[in-house]
Design a protein around this ligand. Structure first.
Ligand code: ADP
Length: 485
């Protein structure tokens, strides 16, 4: 991997703990390339005690950092952003090597991840308070916003760069210190952020990356250490519930970006070609491994067959392979379990009457975790993917007749993250957008992520919002000062 980088010093196998590069008390663990199945790095495996140290150092550094002006914090964050973009190619290569997504997508993620740093660097100067007319003649009321303190983060492997910057950037902009544990599968995209943070001049202790194979131990330290005042998590609803329970004892402020089960609805009046293009971007980005990927595709009866045919044609043209190779649109899945889950959903659907029109769930023999994309027709609400996120390259097509029926089916889930629909009739567009019980609605588009808009879910898809001017509030406390004059 080093030989592929313009700047090999960006590859860091140690952890960045309070401004020092450290080995793990528990030795190292292996990182594999999912496209080849070979070991690409041996990364520091930190102990719980080392994570406790990172938290203590974060506490020591945070007060000073919070005393900087917003403009001063903005300047170093801006530098961090510039370094990410200057090294976009190398960061993308590292990301593809450990995560598998095609290089163009990986570089896109770096730009997306960096955009949060740029955006929140700007927001650092705009943490405004409020004055409220007093409730008595002698009273003056002021509201100020202050950093919450030390923020801990736990992130998944599907966006190994952007899920960290989306949390770290607002935390740092707010004046918090940040300790992040990346997913064990993708630590190198996180440690490189430490390399660049150091180069940007972010003070020691303000930003730490703790790599460890022991997810639950580190999660306990984050929840039980009284210094941590904020936990920010992206991952499954199942783990989110565990963390919320653990955080309850210390009444810690939590943000949770959890699972989804996104409906993607195509109405009779939709522009079908645009809907197919949107469905491909939405379903097959990162090979179906994003929490906003379409999981259930509902198509109105009048255009069902035409849509299925067009989708099949377009998907069968997508090239699968090692993400570092030119022209690849579909990389490997992250690991063998991910393949099994897709196979299980395909088997369950066909047993219940669905028909495979493309693929079918047989993985490619040889190294790497490759599974060709599958499309099934005749999907129904009793099939597993109707309740459970597939998180892989399976597109199930459900047929519907009536608008109210499809809204009811789309909302019939414990999740509420992203949803999408294609339609032209204006009153239908309004009605459906309002009726979908989701935090995000894409109308005539399959791509909704941007740093300027609030990302987050309702129901069991999470708590809080990331990105936009709202994103920084998650790392701030409000203080009301009542003054008698
Ligand atoms: P995914 O399906 O994306 O892997 P998970 O919720 O399993 O979602 O994992 C998200 C992140 O949470 C990963 O970094 C994982 O290592 C971590 N994790 C998993 N279980 C726990 C736990 N019990 N406590 C803390 N972190 C955990």
């Amino acid at each position: 991997l080093k030989s592929l980088l313009k700047d090999p010093s960006l590859l860091a196998e140690q952890s960045y703990l309070a401004g020092e590069w450290v080995d793990g008390d528990n030795g190292t663990y292996e990182v594999t390339n999912p496209a080849r199945g070979d070991v690409i790095a041996n990364v520091a495996d930190l102990s719980r005690a080392q994570v406790a140290k990172a938290i203590a150092e974060a506490e020591a550094a945070q007060k000073e950092w919070a005393s900087w002006t917003g403009k001063e914090r903005a300047a170093v964050l801006r530098k961090w952003f510039d370094l990410m973009m200057e090294n976009q190619d190398d960061l993308g290569t590292i990301l593809t090597a450990e995560q598998g997504k095609p290089l163009a997508e990986a570089k896109g993620e770096i730009a997306y991840g960096a955009s949060f740093v740029e955006f929140f660097a700007e927001e650092a100067k705009r943490i405004y308070g409020e004055t409220i007319p007093g409730h008595q003649r002698d009273k003056r009321i002021t509201v100020i916003k202050q950093p919450i303190g030390v923020a801990a983060s736990i992130t998944p492997w599907n966006f190994p760069n952007a899920m960290i910057t989306r949390k770290a950037a607002p935390a740092l902009a707010a004046g918090c210190a940040f300790v992040g544990r990346p997913a064990a599968e993708t630590p190198l995209s996180a440690t490189v952020l430490g390399v660049l943070a150091e180069r940007a001049g972010i003070p020691k202790g303000v930003f730490s990356i703790v790599t460890s194979s022991r997810a639950s131990e580190i999660g306990k330290e984050f929840c039980e250490n009284p210094v941590v005042r904020k936990l920010t998590f992206t991952g499954s609803t199942e783990v989110g519930r565990i963390l919320l329970r653990q955080a309850a004892d210390s009444v810690m402020k939590c943000s949770m970006e959890l699972g989804g089960n996104a409906p993607f609805i195509v109405f009779d009046d939709a522009d079908l070609d645009a809907a197919v293009e949107g469905a491909i971007m939405c379903k097959f980005r990162n090979n179906g491994q994003t929490c906003v990927c379409a999981n259930r595709i509902y198509v109105q009866a009048g255009v069902y067959d035409a849509f299925a045919e067009k989708l099949k044609d377009a998907v069968s043209k997508l090239k699968m392979g090692d993400g570092l190779e030119e022209g690849v649109a579909l990389g490997p899945l992250i690991n063998p379990d991910a393949i099994e889950k897709v196979q299980e959903h395909v088997a369950d659907a066909t047993a219940k009457g669905a028909k495979v029109i493309l693929g079918g769930g047989e993985p490619v023999q040889g190294p790497g975790y490759f599974l060709p994309p599958t499309i099934v027709t005749g999907a129904t609400q009793d099939m597993q993917f109707a309740t459970d996120e597939t998180f892989g390259p399976l597109a199930p097509l459900f047929k519907f007749e009536d608008v109210d029926d499809v809204i009811a089916m789309a909302n019939d889930t414990i999740f509420g993250l992203a949803s999408y629909f294609y339609a032209k009739d204006l009153s239908r567009v309004y009605k459906v957008a309002e009726a979908l019980e989701y935090g995000i609605v894409g109308v005539n588009t399959g791509i909704i992520s941007t740093e300027v808009a609030p990302f987050g879910g309702v129901k069991q898809s999470g708590l809080g919002r990331e990105g936009s001017h709202h994103g920084i509030d998650e790392f701030l406390e409000m203080k009301y000062i009542c003054m008698s004059v």
